[in-house]
Write a protein that binds this ligand. Structure first.
Ligand code: PMP
Length: 460
């Protein structure tokens, strides 16, 4: 076996990558020409690439490295578990200690009576579980015709065909199709879609689309509504304050299940353990992944209320993954939850670094290119615009300006992501105040450079 050396020149690593490795959500041919950035190691909130550059990770990987990189305790937990019991399944009436411990801990942390966990290896898998779960729940309650799940355009619930059907990303629906009995309503994005309404009026209007959809489909056919407490991959869309109370009223009125997709919002991201707590939501099911293990191991799950779990437990649930409750992933997740708790990381985001980041991040709205700066806890979004007062989009295709800005961030050794012409952050929850200053300073510089480029290219 001949393996390329980790210390090989960047160009050689990139060429081999382009030859054999297919990247998610990427136009491979374009990337092959440019060459992917090779990340070699990471510590705290900082990445190092194969050129030795140190890059501030404003996205916590993919919104997941909540405790930051390089925590040896998690490596030790994985090694211990691998030596003791590297794998066993939880099918056929067996269990193991890491799954028992993690489930009990999650029941303690999760709000209300969300006390029961069904494991998966990712958010996508967990949302696929939810599709089968809510339909089985309704069938077991004697209402098998209740199959429809209502979701929102521009939501992200995963990449498998089932979970992407729940999501509202048209580009994904166009590649591979959509499963039946899923219906989408509009998102509560006041900046882009609010028109002349106040945010409060608009929040109510968008929430009431749920009621209209239920009435149109027929309440006897609707099983559940799924939503992220704060949309993440859609661009960190923070809903107006009127939105969630109205949604909660409607799901209660029609007796449909509420699934809070906490894959991003969970485990401290919004300043509480769960986004549902920040937004005042009482879900029947929560989808979890990402911050559950801070991304150190692939693990996700569905957390069910006592009521939902008792109904599902009354039948054989024909569902499960080889790696449901993988012992190493559970052991690492437990250690991650211990650190989040004992080091007061979630409380610090709520009380100290979150408010500090909010103040600094909102000051970016003074930049001539930024119309709106919205942030909840450690997830934030800047809407770029050529005309703040009109909340106008750019004349160029959506995403053109965002891409330019993201490239400037990259050049300034800051990872920010663009969603259309929004720039978003979701840093590790251990980002310090001085690192927050660095992030804001680099973001401002990147916005300046983007602004200058737009003017010189006639895009503004
Ligand atoms: N739900 C939400 C809200 C997400 O943000 C994501 C991933 N970005 C998923 C589900 C899918 O998770 P995974 O990529 O682990 O399958």
């Amino acid at each position: 076996m001949t393996l390329i050396s980790p210390n090989a020149p960047t160009a050689e690593l990139q060429a081999l990558d382009a030859a054999h490795h297919m990247h998610p959500f990427t136009t491979g041919a374009d990337l092959a020409k440019k060459g992917a950035r090779v990340i070699t190691r990471a510590e705290g909130c900082w990445l190092t690439d194969s050129e030795g550059e140190r890059i501030l990770d404003g996205m916590a990987g993919l919104w997941c490295v909540n405790i930051g990189y390089g925590r040896k305790e998690l490596a030790a937990a994985a090694a211990r578990q691998m030596e003791e019991l590297p794998y066993y399944n939880t099918f056929f009436q067996t269990t193991h200690v890491p799954a028992i411990q993690l489930s009990a801990r999650l029941a303690e942390l999760a709000p209300g009576d969300l006390n029961h966990v069904f494991y998966a290896s990712s958010g996508s898998e967990a949302n696929d579980t939810n599709i089968r779960l809510v339909r089985t729940y309704c069938a077991e309650k004697g209402q098998p015709e209740r199959k429809v799940i209502i979701s929102r355009w521009n939501a992200y619930h995963g990449s498998s065909v089932g979970s992407a059907s729940l999501g509202g990303m048209k580009g994904m629906h166009g590649q591979g199709g959509v499963i039946p009995d899923v219906h989408h309503i509009d998102q509560p994005d006041w900046w882009a879609e609010g028109g002349d309404l106040s945010p409060e009026e608009f929040g109510l209007e968008r929430a009431r689309q749920l009621e209209a959809a239920i009435e149109e489909i027929g309440p006897e056919k609707v099983a559940a509504f799924i939503a992220e407490p704060v949309q993440g991959a859609g661009g960190v869309i923070v809903p107006p304050e009127t939105y969630w109370p109205e949604i909660q009223r409607i799901v209660k009125k029609y007796g449909i299940l509420l699934i809070a997709d906490e894959v991003i919002c969970g485990f401290g991201r919004t300043g509480n353990w769960f986004g549902s707590q920040t937004m005042g939501i009482t879900p029947d099911i929560m989808t979890i992944a990402k911050g559950l293990s801070s991304g150190y191991q692939p693990i996700g799950g569905s957390v069910l209320s006592d009521e939902v779990a008792s109904v599902i437990s009354g039948t054989e649930f024909n569902h499960g993954y080889t790696y449901s409750g993988h012992p190493v992933a559970c052991a690492v997740a437990l250690e991650n939850l211990r650190i989040l708790d004992e080091e007061g990381i979630v409380a610090r985001v709520r009380d100290e670094t979150g408010p500090y980041l909010k103040e600094k991040f909102e000051s970016l709205a003074e930049h001539p290119l930024v119309g709106e700066a919205k942030i909840v806890g450690f997830m934030g979004s800047l809407a770029l615009t050529p005309d703040k007062a009109a909340r106008a989009p750019f004349a160029s295709d959506a995403g053109t300006v965002g891409y330019i800005c993201r490239e400037r961030c990259f050049a300034n050794n800051l990872v920010m992501r663009h969603v259309g012409d929004r720039m978003i952050i979701s840093p590790p929850l251990v980002l310090s105040k001085s690192e927050i200053d660095t992030l804001i300073e680099r973001a401002w510089r990147s916005l300046d450079e983007c602004h200058a480029a737009l003017k010189s290219d006639g895009l503004m």
